[in-house]
Design a protein around this ligand. Sequence first.
Ligand code: AMP
Ligand code: ZN
Length: 125
Amino acid sequence: MDHNCIFCKIAAKQIPSSFVYEDDDLLAFKDINPAAPVHMLIIPKQHIATLSDCTDSHAPLLGKMLALAPKLAEEHGIAAKVGPDGQRSGGYKTLINCGPNGGQEVYHLHVHVYGGPRPWRGLGT
Ligand code: AMP
Ligand code: ZN
């Protein structure tokens, strides 16, 4: 744990958050400042500052993080669907910001999951 890291403090339950998922390796919680009707963050419990700190050894953990997104999306009503007429609807955006040029503000690796009816704030298309 990095004692200066807000997401480590969330993982340690030292500060409150709206949890939506927890297992031995991962946590997911609602973003405090949502940019879309549904905005969740998936984090590893282990402190990893950025995606650039990941190596091949992190591939299973990164895979788990990404594989959690569709499960959360289903639970929160934002999964991508195909209707009987073939019409597509729903869906969501996943995003990892990395470093200053990537727009990262919290230096504990996280995957954003954004969904729900548009427009969304500042996320483009
Ligand atoms: P990023 O710019 O990718 O580092 O995104 C950091 C995200 O963390 C932002 O969307 C913030 O709204 C969110 N955030 C910061 N503090 C908290 C917190 N205490 N609980 C939930 N989300 C937070
Ligand atoms: Zn941390």
